[in-house]
Design a protein around this ligand. Structure first.
Ligand code: WT7
Length: 647
């Protein structure tokens, strides 16, 4: 397998304003380079120094043991993430809001650090009194309400291992995760609000536990008062249990390598994997990356729109933000309910200063039209972020101009469920940004782009994105399947973590993610990453979103089929199809000219918003989808695409 051909050129560079840099933690490119270089020479020193920011009941004896592919961090140290997010701040921040929340119907709640500490210690008492013990797995399946964070922090406080399941998943997804984790307890709610309707969370749980007799209790938070079935042998009301918990319990010292949570990755391929994260390393990673990358300040109101069911929500709605003593804003519902300006309205009303969302959300905003965000001031914002997919330069520019008003740095953060924390990202006051690039690795992260033998590639040659040295928040195993862990991440290159992504580094060392390895297209012997061709399509004024996949081609080996959604009221036509093909040729060259363009109302996505190219590949070559579609957000999208006749 050869390297990837990179065809897209993007020369724009944006320096952070001097106003932003002046008050930032790292203020110049030199600051970053110095810190990066010293951490590169001795990553353990860097992380050890950062770890001292946090509370440890007992200091570690050794920073790292590395017996590839098994790493342990802060060995012998005892700590607790709930303590670090709550108790540690009580002296200086008791009255400061820890969580601000708005429900979809418009109801609101605020918890100061003191109030959150009290709720969490009391809910830990509830869990303890019910007989759940350190190491027990707990499934949490709730709407985006503060009690979801309270449940997580309470588990962490007494060493229960939580596994949060996204509230949009169905009962079969819960059942799979129950079977794998053998959780004795589920924490859920009677429902949650989504686009004005009630999501029947408790019903889904009832269905899921029919074949899982090991589930002993179901704690139900009353959110909607919708009627639900009640099993007196298992079901318990959250509020009734809490009314009896008076004293609360202290955070217990946990071993640095005690498991903290299991998170099942939805993945765009295959069966979900239970990614296991542990205590000490994860806190250090979450705390440190949040501090530098979001440049958190005392007065910030930070909003990450991710659901807590994804790792983004774990690390950057809850743990990394609260451990820094910052205020985290949570919103329960959909971005387009009751109107498409809901997010911008929230930003203005709560004076959000840092806003972190996904490219898929940004592309939806673009499709809805510029006049919507233009109705809002958005003047409180000072920093923007994205995560989850490559952001096409066009979408980056839109975000920069319409939302950031050309004054907010954008942190395009690259990471994975497995990495636990951001690994490649701008540090906003220090690193100049380029639209579409996640820029440079975080201090202590030795990222590289290599060929199939593991040799580093020269600038602008695409290849495998790898991490060459362990980092504190890395996954430790796949729950119950250590062999799969070894095979999946560590078998391609000895002692080196394989991310599954393809990327290139430019002449300044900036990383450009080119897509998943599985999505590479090979045209006439040239390997092309999906993301560059998609970016070329999205740079056409009519296109909102694009996904390209390979189909077999007699002469070229593989040909390109592009699935495209159009902006606003634009209609598809043969002329537009030809224009788009020509546009790709002009933007990146004849090699990337799509064989077919297929216009679609929507593209199939995972529930976390990633385009499922695997399904599009099947639709393009076989006209239908076979295999696993459980992670798909909306099956009707695939049905519509499959029944469409190609013109
Ligand atoms: C995959 C990981 C990390 C939390 C959310 C997703 C893609 C993620 C970026 C980015 C380009 C990105 C990669 C990665 N990805 N962030 N900034 N630029 N690609 O977590 O579901 O585990 O997915 O998402 O392909 O491997 P995940």
């Amino acid at each position: 397998m050869e390297e990837l051909d990179s065809l897209l050129k993007e020369d724009r560079v944006f320096k952070p304003s001097s106003e932003f840099s002046r008050s930032a933690r790292l203020q110049t490119f030199e600051d970053y380079k110095k810190l990066y270089q010293s951490a590169q020479q001795n990553p353990q020193n860097f992380w050890e120094k950062e770890a001292k920011d946090l509370h440890w009941f007992k200091p570690w004896k050794k920073v790292l043991t590395w017996d590839p592919p098994d790493a342990q961090w802060f060995i012998g140290g005892k700590t607790n993430i709930s303590y670090n997010c709550l108790d540690r701040h009580l002296k200086t921040k008791a009255q400061k809001p820890a969580i601000l929340w708005e429900g979809e119907p418009g109801d609101t709640k605020t918890f100061s650090f003191k109030e959150l500490h009290e709720e969490v210690s009391r809910f830990s008492e509830v869990l303890k009194n019910l007989g759940f013990k350190k190491g027990d797995r707990v499934i949490i399946y709730m709407p985006m309400i503060p009690e979801l964070a309270i449940a997580m922090l309470s588990c962490a406080r007494i060493g229960l291992v939580h596994s949060v399941i996204f509230g949009g998943f169905s009962s079969s997804a819960i059942e799979d995760r129950l079977q794998d984790s053998k959780a004795r307890l589920i924490i859920t709610a009677d429902g949650g609000y989504r686009r004005g309707k009630i999501v029947p969370l408790k019903d889904n749980v009832d269905q899921a536990i029919q074949k899982t007799p090991f589930v002993e209790k179901v704690i139900v938070y009353q959110r909607t008062k919708a009627p639900i079935k009640w099993n007196p042998l298992k079901d318990l009301w959250w509020h009734e249990l809490m009314s009896k918990a008076k004293k609360g319990v202290d955070a217990i010292p946990l071993d640095s390598e005690d498991p903290l949570f299991i998170l099942y990755t939805s993945g765009t391929t295959g069966k979900p994997k239970g990614v296991v994260h542990t205590t000490g390393g994860y806190i250090v990673g979450a705390h440190t990356t949040a501090k530098y990358i979001f440049d958190l300040k005392e007065e910030d109101i930070y909003w990450c729109t991710a659901d807590i069911g994804w790792v983004t929500g774990h690390t950057y709605v809850v743990y990394g933000i609260l451990s820094n003593g910052a205020t985290t804003f949570m919103y329960e519902g959909a971005p387009d309910f009751p109107h498409k300006g809901r997010f911008w309205d929230i930003i203005d009303r709560y004076k959000i200063t840092i806003f972190y969302t996904s490219p898929t959300a940004i592309r939806a905003f673009i499709q809805w039209g510029d006049d919507i965000p233009k109705k809002y001031r958005l003047s409180s914002l000072r920093l923007l972020g994205t995560v989850g997919e490559p952001i096409n330069p066009q979408a980056w520019m839109w975000y920069h101009t319409l939302i950031g008003k050309e004054k907010c740095p954008i942190v395009d953060t690259w990471w994975q469920t497995e990495t636990g924390t951001i690994l490649i990202s701008p540090i906003p006051g220090a690193i100049p940004t380029k639209p579409g690039s996640a820029t440079l690795p975080f201090p202590g992260i030795l990222a590289d782009v290599v060929d199939q033998y593991g040799n580093p590639l020269p600038p602008n040659k695409g290849g495998f994105l790898v991490i060459k040295y362990p980092w504190p928040a890395m996954l430790r195993t796949i729950y119950g399947d250590h062999e799969r862990y070894k095979k999946q991440y560590w078998s391609n290159f000895k002692g080196i973590y394989w991310t599954g992504d393809e990327a290139r580094k430019d002449e300044d060392g900036y990383f450009w993610i080119m897509g998943r390895s599985d999505d590479v297209i090979k045209v006439s012997g040239h390997r092309l990453g999906s993301s560059e061709i998609e970016s070329a399509l999205v740079s056409h004024p009519s296109v909102a979103e694009a996904a390209v996949v390979a189909i077999p081609h007699e002469i070229k080996g593989q040909g390109i089929v592009a699935f495209v959604t159009l902006k606003g009221n634009i209609l598809s036509s043969k002329e537009l199809e030809n224009e788009l093909k020509q546009h790709v040729v002009t933007q990146i060259g004849a090699l990337a000219r799509p064989e077919h363009i297929r216009f679609a109302k929507q593209l199939p996505k995972t529930r976390s918003g990633k385009i499922m190219r695997r399904l599009l590949r099947q639709i393009a070559s076989e006209g239908k989808v076979t295999g696993d579609t459980t992670t798909l957000e909306d099956i009707s999208v695939v049905q519509t695409l499959s029944s469409q006749d190609e013109e």
